[in-house]
Write a protein that binds this ligand. Structure first.
Ligand SMILES: [Zn+2]
Length: 260
């Protein structure tokens, strides 16, 4: 079986100096490809560097995360936009991400919307998929998206409201879920409702998971086989079938002809 991690932050400081080890561990767990998401200029550059060092295994998602919007200067925003536009045609650059809105930071809501709009326009212009963070803002995000001509949309770590899920599925959006699928009833409910053809596996590392069996250990792609087993349990189908379909979804969503 081959596994994939559609959402991790491999250029995060927490993995600095350890990426080779993390990828070796991933390989031992049969995780054959991953999409490293970015947060700001520094992590966009770091992600691109990783794709050069690990071709065919690490793919890049570039963008500005809503959590980094607060301290974002126009200068950095312009640099990120230029960097992203300059990557047109780079086969390792597979999506805009992680971009979106987060209702925890209402004080900078307008600025978040402005940056998100700019990122979605880049996704339109480059005809690339968008990987979207929508904590506490799924309804607003789902309402906003039809005004853009987006190639594909992935709602990362979709949790609530479950009522917004129907619209997302109807429009063919993809959903990623991760380690929380092992213990959260809410997430298992989402996994149950999303068609297997629209589901992807993720870790969102370095985010840590404190419930069993993860218990605060450093999150790496080696968590993916357990996530797939949880999907299989919820969907009541074999692990092999889930792993095979998720691999196909990964290739379809990110337009990757064939992972190694
Ligand atoms: Zn993330």
């Amino acid at each position: 079986m081959k596994f994939v991690d559609a959402h991790i932050h491999l250029s995060d400081e927490e993995y600095a100096g350890d990426v080779d080890e993390v990828l070796a561990e991933a390989k031992n767990s049969d995780v054959v490809a991953l999409v490293s998401n970015s947060m700001n200029l520094k992590t966009c550059e770091g992600t691109l560097e990783l794709t050069e060092r690990h071709p065919g295994i690490v793919y890049a998602a570039l963008g500005i995360h809503p959590w980094t919007v607060k301290d974002l200067q126009d200068d950095e925003l312009n640099q990120v936009s230029q960097l992203i536009s300059a990557q047109r045609g780079n086969k390792a650059f597979v999506a805009l991400g992680e971009i979106g809105l987060d209702s925890k930071y209402m004080d900078i809501w307008d600025k978040q919307v402005k940056v998100f709009d700019l990122m979605l326009r880049l996704a339109e212009k480059l005809s690339l998929p968008a990987i979207i963070h929508s904590r506490g803002s799924t309804v607003q995000v789902v309402d906003m998206l039809p005004s853009y001509k987006l190639r594909k949309v992935l709602l990362h770590w979709f949790s609530n409201p479950i009522s917004a899920l129907g619209k997302a599925i109807e429009r063919g959006y993809y959903i990623t879920e991760g380690p929380a699928a092992l213990y959260s009833n809410g997430i298992r409910e989402v996994v149950k409702k999303v068609p297997l053809t629209n589901l992807l596996s993720e870790t969102d590392g370095p985010v840590r998971f404190f419930k069993k069996p993860f218990e605060g250990k450093r999150t790496t792609p080696s968590f993916i086989p357990a996530v797939i087993a949880a999907f299989a349990e919820v969907k009541k189908i074999s692990v092999e079938e889930v792993a095979g379909q998720i691999l196909e979804n990964f290739q379809n969503f990110f337009d990757i002809r064939r992972v190694l």
